[in-house]
Design a protein around this ligand. Sequence first.
Ligand code: ATP
Ligand code: MG
Length: 423
Amino acid sequence: MSKRIQSIRGMHDVIPPASGVLRSLEQTLQAVLQQYGYQEIRLPVLEHTELFRRSLGTVTDIVEKEMYTFEDRNGDSLTLRPEGTASCVRAALQQGMLYGQPARLWYGGPFFRHERPQKGRYRQFHQCGAETFGLAGPDIDAELIIMCWHMWQRLAILPSTSLQINSLGTLQARQHYRAALVEYFRQHEQQLDGLEKQRLQANPMRILDSKNPELTEIISDAPGLTEYLDPESAEHFEGLQELLDAAGIDYDINPHLVRGLDYYSKTVFEWTVPEQGSQATICAGGRYDGLVEQLGGKPYPAAGFAVGLERIMVLLEGARTPGMEIDAYLVLVGEQAVPVGMQLASRLRDQLPSLSMVVNCGGGSIKTQMKRADKSNAKLAIILAEDEIRDDTVGIKFLREEREQESVPQENLVSYLNAYLGT
Ligand code: ATP
Ligand code: MG
């Protein structure tokens, strides 16, 4: 036998029943996005490397060490998308979607980062994100946060979550803060590792985002951004808090919350599930008013968030797995039953669009087929054998309850199933 080929480390197959959980998670998130009037945008998984270098900032985890970058056959440098915001802004600019009516968009799909794989951290993972353009006030920040709240509520995970918010102010306000931070971390320089020392020069706010447990205490005593905020950002931040209070959303202000990417300004927020340790963040977002300009457009306000689906999947483990639910298994005994059965199955699927039914393939005795029916998790076995074909009926066997087998005329089968399954 030749050697088996394995998947790439950190890139996983999602197989049943987990695939059913993932699908229903995506559907729930999309249903909420739809309720808020967000429209889907589908983006390519490959972009020019320059897009991410220019938008995320070169001194970021992603750009420094996590991107899947390669040269294509033309010698262009391409990168598998590590996140969605940069692509979304690129597309909105390129497609002329900005500068008119404000836009509310969402996207979903796989993203790629070369990280050390562990629970809740993979090299191919899934995000669902929302991005808004043309809205500068705290009202849209609040809407985004409240929409997340609705998502958690709909998924029944709200009690496990907690929300942290902060304001990064304007670029100028951050420069004053930066000076204070550098001074502070200089006093603790011996505790910083090589990378963090580099960051002290290049981008000291990044140290606040460090996952190094030895720095937790130093970071918590570091100066916070709040006192360096410019008046406009401070007012914006207060406005957001008022709206969240009015909506009854609980939050903590974390003056050290910075986010790992350069493009944020003013509001930033993170939803965490504290019990998940260093993979606690399930959703992160904020304003990025400077990004459109950074990518070549006229300045335009923007805000959004991204949800990490695998981290929510962890919370949904043991939840009902909708992918497993099958209504009926059609048992076809004898050669004659196959063409009749296939025709019957087509008619049922036409008339009962939400019916999920597996048709037996590969023949087998009635005993074998009933075993397959049972294993399929179907509620009913619909039996078509010689007698039934002769009488234009089917046998109905109840696989999940104690109940006598019934015989139903084929012409009544649609209404019978409708009544039984409540479709
Ligand atoms: P972390 O601090 O955990 O590395 P991040 O700040 O790099 O996260 P973002 O770029 O904000 O993450 O991405 C948004 C969300 O996507 C994260 O909150 C997380 O839920 C999810 N996410 C990010 N990277 C991964 C990954 N490698 N595997 C699985 N989910 C991820
Ligand atoms: Mg990261």
